[in-house]
Design a binder for this molecule. Sequence first.
Ligand SMILES: Cc1ncc(C[n+]2csc(CCOP(=O)(O)OP(=O)(O)O)c2C)c(N)n1
Length: 660
Amino acid sequence: MMQFDKAGFDNETLIHIYKELLIPRLIEEKMLVLLRQGKIAKWFSGIGQEAISVGCGLALSADEYILPMHRNLGVFTTRKIPWNRLFSQWQGKSGGFTKGRDRSFHFGTQEYHIVGMISHLGPQLAVADGIALGNLLKKNKKVTAVFSGDGGTSEGDFHEALNVAAVWDLPVIFIIENNGYGLSTPSNEQFRMKQFIDKGIGYGMEAVQVDGNNILETYSTIKSLAESIRKKPRPVLLECLTFRMRGHEEASGTKYVPQELFDEWGKKDPVNNYENFLLKEKIIDTVMIAGLRKEIKQEIEKNLEITFSEENPVVDKQNELNDMYHPSSPDVYVASSEKKSEKRYLDAITDGMRQCMQRHDNLVIMGQDIAEYGGVFKATQGFVEEFGRARVRNTPICESAIIGAGFGLSINGVKSIVEMQFADFVTCGFNQIINNLAKSHYRWGQHADVVVRMPTGAGVNAGPFHSQSNEAWFVHTPGLKVVYPAFPSDAKGLLIASVEDPNPVMFFEHKALYRSISEEIFDDYYTTEIGKARVVREGNDITILTYGLGVHWALETLNKNQDISADLVDLRTLLPWDKECVEASVKKTGRVIILHEDTLVGGVGGEIAAHLGEHCFEYLDAPVIRSASLDTPVPMNVDLENNFLPKKRFEEQLKKLVGY
Ligand SMILES: Cc1ncc(C[n+]2csc(CCOP(=O)(O)OP(=O)(O)O)c2C)c(N)n1
């Protein structure tokens, strides 16, 4: 029989805990009925695991963030979210938390300090790191708790998040619900160690194991861990042994689980055992139990009625599109003095970042080797001395965790700039950008105030993994902004605008431009508007649309061919791109060539060409031509690289198009 230690609990508290434990169980039982009646479509059951969610929900203060997963209804109910809002969320009704845009527990709410999961499981852990880092920087002594199933720990995200938390002493409790299965896969096909607490030593982290079905044990342990972490910030791994009494989700069945396990764990049911304990101790009686159950069931019915009578969200195309970005327009700054200095492209970026750090004391920069070393390109040289190590943070090699942490910081009201050492390495952080940064505002109204700096591009004979142009991946992702300056003045102004913008910005910086071009730029703080192209040179015969290094190739080509009268448009922002400026130029010249360093197929040029075909067809005197790199990786050898890049081909294509 399960042993409960009631020392330190008065009867009122013990009964309160019982009620909190009963609520998710009874809600779930009702959901299973509705599922059978075809009134709901899908259900991920946490029956058998409630003591963990409820223990955690009760142990933390209401203003401490909890990041639950798909079996943690008890977190939501102990945080006192109105049940009708939960039901509406599951039904996709307007009273939920995502305007019908996301399902089940895939939502967060600042009001209740809950950050729900995305389907990918593991990314949740690094978001907790970011929230915890925010708390650490604010010195507010708050703890963050994040959940993972045992299966989810097999993802690289788990390793990265725990490692960062350990290195940075982040006040996080990593709660692992070890229920023996990840969908149908049993633990022995998922990992080899005996128990999760054995991982603690590997991360230099305390690790504690509890009976996850014993509500007093989970609650007391999390409560005392939280108290201790508030005093001495550090991460702790908490392994909760438990079992999932139903299938992965209801449609998946339970054939893959031996009956003996159900029998064994059925005896350890968290609700029944606690109920029996309270009965035995005469803290409650059967009449009281019946009364409580009736009261909760009535409350469930009442709230379900509200949900079922609620309308579906109103369908409005513009509304959907508007919610891709945070509604506020970023502040516009005009340099307050005319004073200018000659700056290289790289120095302009450094200058912009430094002034942002001076203006926003809640801005943090994170990246590999960016502290004393100053970054591999020296963009943050001297920043540690000026702003300190708390705000200029060297990171382990873990792009995913750091971008995820950026999102967590944003949730906690802290801005961040994350430096990719090379844009190529963003592949290792892709998931956090595509699924967290880009989608969270649309999904649950949470913006991601993160700028990802992307030293990009070829021309430096660095081969396939230090030369790629990968801006098109992000242009295809609604919710991001993609910025790509070609000149020092724009590099500074756009970087400041990106930091001022509450939305996630992918900021591309061409490495070959860092030290090769310079310009007189304003010394003061100023913004260059995101989403606006610039006509760099005016002409009548043809429009050249380009960005980044392409602008300089085009200028060089035009200087060589003085007879060509071209409008040279520097797009500057690729998402959202300046259709108005481009269309105006195309309507004037009737001929367009789009030049980019990125490879041809699926490049930004294809999108622009398609748009012009749809919207400017009547004005065109020739086909829209794309000039781009070969569809191969970027080769290292200088001759091969030059052959790969479009610069030479561009001149021929341009001349041909002018004469078309
Ligand atoms: C990246 C990713 N791969 C696969 C899945 C499909 N999937 C959803 S839940 C799940 C099992 C998760 O197991 P575990 O983390 O142990 O949590 P549990 O469901 O047991 O609570 C799988 C494989 C997913 N959601 N995300």
